[in-house]
Unconditional design. Structure first.
Length: 265
């Protein structure tokens, strides 16, 4: 019996052209979205965006209704609120926090730093840091408080207790001509911040003749020749040791902390 012809064998062994059914289904699944789907998506995104804008700017839900203040010690919360001058009943998102910070620091010199933030949904929060008086300067019968950076920030009619007085008596030395009053005042305040706490409490005044000639006057008629603000930590340690070893002394010299001196008048 004759077998299948070559043509028949070829017909049986021929693989059908085109991709298999599964591949066709996969390709159909990757078909890009139709115009209707794109239109619906675009409309939805537009509506959501418009709704968000209305919620932030047009609704009454997210508006500035109150100001909260923290961190005050000498000032009151009302002082800070008045200086901030926040426009209430405006969209919270539209409140200019930078402008508020500028107003507070410009109007209240006692404020060294203020952090302004939005507390959703209705509050502007202000956290302030007040300057601390490290010394005072007397001019024309008034007392000006000076902070650790040498900034004069408050004027008082009476001398406050527990704050040393800066007596600026610049000499004619080259350092006095090189450093102006502001730099000398800053250096003197730097010395105050370096003092041991007990000495700081007992310090009544600092006499500033030049950058490297600062003398402290303490209670009980005691004096300390400190020099400049350089090597402050070493000077503080030397002074503490001297005062412990010679509690009866009334003059201490720590200008050279490696070779301190003490005497009694």
């Amino acid at each position: 019996m004759a077998g299948p012809s070559t043509a028949e064998r070829g017909a049986r062994g021929t693989t059908p052209s085109g991709p298999p059914p599964r591949l066709l289904r996969v390709r159909r699944g990757l078909r890009p979205p139709g115009r209707r789907t794109l239109l619906v998506t675009a409309v939805a995104v537009t509506l959501l965006g418009a709704g968000a804008v209305w919620l932030l700017y047009g609704s009454s839900w997210l508006r500035a209704e109150r100001v909260r203040v923290a961190g005050t010690t000498v000032l009151t919360a009302e002082d800070v609120t008045d200086a901030a001058d926040v426009s209430l009943n405006t969209p919270l998102v539209a409140v200019d926090t930078g402008a508020i910070e500028h107003r507070v620091r410009e109007r209240l010199k006692r404020i060294a730093k203020v952090d302004v933030s939005r507390s959703w949904p209705h509050t502007i929060s202000l956290v302030v840091t007040e300057r601390r008086p490290e010394a005072i300067v007397e001019e024309d019968g008034k007392f000006h408080e000076v902070d650790a950076t040498g900034v004069r920030f408050s004027t008082l009619s009476k001398r406050p207790k527990g704050v040393p007085l800066l007596e600026m008596e610049p000499d004619r030395s080259p350092s006095s001509r090189h450093f102006g009053p502001t730099a000398l005042r800053r250096e003197a305040v730097r010395v105050v911040t370096q003092l041991p706490e007990k000495v700081r409490q007992d310090t009544r005044s600092l006499r500033v003749r030049s950058y490297d000639s600062i003398t402290l006057e303490l209670t009980g008629g005691r004096t300390i020749a400190w020099g400049s603000g350089e090597r402050g930590e070493a000077k503080a340690k030397a002074l503490t040791a001297l005062m412990k070893a010679r509690p009866d002394a009334d003059h201490f010299d720590v200008q050279a902390p490696s070779a301190p001196a003490v005497s009694r008048s």
